[in-house]
Design a protein around this ligand. Structure first.
Ligand code: FES
Length: 322
């Protein structure tokens, strides 16, 4: 997929329920944007005084749309600065540096049946997927779970969509039978049925473990974490940056990326919590202790890649291709 650096202006800003901003980004000259695929995200650079962060936001707009990209941004009470900066800075006409679109959450477009599970702000990639699946004429259902109808973003867009009858809303403050029930709402496992899950970590872990316990193939249970509680602590170990000819010690509360940066070896990082994949680095020797939510189970088992922003080492030394 195309991935380039763009300067995009905020074309529209809408306040959705639940402290969610819906933002439309477009080129200042109105020229077409790079094509996106369902599940793709944009990286936004947030610069404000001493703040200089990159954060990732899923596209919720129709992948066929090239006039604008649309994202949803929750004002997260646990923000490390990113979501608050978007809410503060993203006014119509303001220009943001953007990279992407990139897609780490691609849709299996030939699946016979697709079930989408969006929890809270995790609805955003599901909207793009629902639009794409509808355009392809595929069989799909979207389960959208929130705390209550009053805090449910994108309701107007969903009820007006030509695929509105595919959406089942579940509100936590409703009677039990209207809440998401995995025994009832998971489809029967099959090699041609694919599930997609996005939302808060507890919601995702619950749906994913329920799906796998029900017999769904792990490879057919697709997930995208927006953020994760990542534990980066542990015993110290050594990291050799072989191409740079430098060896550093990663202390108990340290990370590989920070230890290398102090020695002048730059590994690019963005989310710093193991969800975006920016810092993935090749492992030449040693056994990684994976702490991220980005690599697949197969990639973890192979042990040839590591997220340098958060993962550690099971062996006393790791050799990386940096
Ligand atoms: S910087 Fe995002 S996964 Fe490491």
């Amino acid at each position: 997929m195309t991935s380039e650096r763009l300067n995009l202006k905020i074309a529209e800003r809408h306040e959705e329920p639940g402290n969610i901003l819906r933002l439309r980004l477009a080129r200042a000259d109105g020229a077409p944007l790079p094509k996106s695929d369902a599940g793709a995200h944009l990286d936004l650079r947030l610069k404000d005084g001493s703040l200089d962060l990159w954060r990732q936001y899923s596209l919720c707009s129709d992948p066929a749309e090239t006039g604008f990209y649309e994202i949803g941004v929750l004002l997260d009470p646990k923000t490390r600065g990113g979501s608050a900066a978007v809410h503060r800075l993203a006014r119509p006409g303001v220009v943001f540096e953007v990279e992407g679109p990139r897609n780490h959450f691609p849709l299996a477009e030939t699946a016979e049946k697709t079930v989408l599970f969006g929890g809270g702000i995790g609805i955003t990639p599901m909207l793009a997927m629902a639009r794409r699946l509808h355009a392809l004429g595929r069989d799909f259902v979207l389960h959208y779970c929130t705390r209550s109808r009053a805090v449910t973003a994108f309701q107007e867009i969903i009820v007006d969509a030509p695929w509105a009858d595919r959406v089942v809303f579940h509100f936590d403050d409703q009677p039990t039978e209207q809440r998401l029930d995995l025994n009832r709402d998971l489809p029967a496992p099959s090699a041609t049925t694919h599930l997609y899950v996005c939302g808060p970590q507890g919601f995702m872990d619950w749906v994913i473990s329920g799906a796998e316990a029900a017999g769904h193939l792990p490879a057919n249970v697709h997930r995208e974490y927006f953020s994760a509680d990542v534990d980066t602590s542990g015993e110290g170990f050594e990291v050799e940056a072989r191409r740079s000819g430098i060896t550093v010690t990663v202390g108990p509360e340290d990370t590989i990326a920070k230890a290398l940066a102090r020695a002048g070896v730059k590994v690019e990082v963005k989310c710093e919590e193991g969800v975006c994949g920016t810092c993935v680095t090749d492992v030449l020797e040693g056994t990684p202790d994976h702490r991220d939510k980005f690599l697949t189970d197969d990639e973890r088992e192979e042990g040839t890649m590591i997220c340098a922003c958060c993962s550690r080492s099971c062996s006393s030394k790791l050799v990386l291709d940096v």
